[in-house]
Ligand binder design. Structure first.
Ligand code: HPA
Length: 276
């Protein structure tokens, strides 16, 4: 990883993309990289080339910053993300989001893969995240701290309603037009990297979680501090069965999230057709 400040990263990306100004940021999680392949006039920059960017080492996460047009909207997409379980601090893992913000985005669409805790969910189902539980306990960063936004012991931040009500409604309406109903759910984020024991799945159900995963909350908290509108989707890749002995594996997670792309990709494209 190269060192660098937000302005170094932003300058490098602007230089490589001939001054492209995205309006919407996309963070594409496990298996969802296909959407980045659909970006028109794409300028694709590997994270390794951008000063200060953390590189994801997780299989299924490509590691490119992709700028161009999706449904006519200027976007910047992260094809793969860095996770806290890889050893990155929340500050470092969210560095690319700060860069997107510096480039000019006003809204952020996030996707992830998750384990379904709610027994009504099934593998391959796309769920709208309308609330979250921060079980990472170290996802907070301070947007106002210095050029890199280094985590600090500063003032507490508001996290009352991180997901934009208007975008949640829009996504639901457009999904119905596409022929399916989107459920809403509460996403609980753990630090990982381990999937849950059956006892943990049972505990998280009692805490009110519908899905569990290892990402998203650090980005969403920072996006809120930066004043961005946030919409987040979770692809349920495995449904927890606390009473049956069954092991969750990464290949199953990738396979199901790839299958769900046939619903989620057209949905995100239709969302971007509206001026969000
Ligand atoms: N737990 C945590 N993260 C996940 C899971 C899970 O069961 N499935 C996909 N990501």
């Amino acid at each position: 990883m190269k060192e660098g400040s937000i302005s170094d990263a932003c300058e490098w990306v602007s230089h490589r993309s001939s001054g492209f100004r995205p309006k919407v940021g996309l963070i594409l999680g496990s298996g969802l990289g296909l959407l980045a392949e659909r970006i028109d006039n794409a300028c694709r920059i590997p994270y390794a080339e951008i000063p200060g960017f953390p590189e994801s080492r997780v299989p299924g996460h490509a590691g490119n910053f992709v700028l161009g047009y999706l449904s006519g909207t200027p976007v910047v997409a992260m094809q793969g993300r860095a996770h806290l379980y890889e050893g990155w601090s929340a500050d470092k893992a969210t560095f690319p989001l700060r860069c997107m913000h510096a480039l000019g985005i006003h809204s952020l669409i996030v996707s992830n893969a998750s384990g379904g805790i709610n027994p009504r969910f099934h593998s391959g189902q796309v769920v709208l995240i309308d609330n979250h539980i921060d079980w990472m306990n170290r996802s907070g960063v301070n947007a106002s701290e210095g050029a890199s936004g280094a985590a600090s012991m500063g003032v507490p931040h508001r996290a009352g309603n991180p997901y934009d009500a208007g975008l949640l409604n829009l996504a639901e309406q457009l999904a119905i037009r596409q022929g399916f109903a989107l459920a809403r759910g509460t996403y609980l984020a753990t630090l990982g990297p381990n999937y849950e024991t059956r006892a943990e799945y049972r505990l998280f159900a009692k805490l009110g979680a519908d899905m569990v995963g290892m990402s998203t909350v650090p980005e969403v908290l920072l996006a809120n501090q930066l004043g961005l509108k946030v919409l987040a989707f979770s692809i349920v890749t495995n449904v927890a069965t606390p009473d049956v002995q069954k092991v969750t594996d990464h290949q199953e997670v990738l396979d199901w999230s790839r299958k769900a792309q046939s619903q989620l990709v057209p949905l995100i494209e239709s969302i971007l057709k509206d001026p969000i």
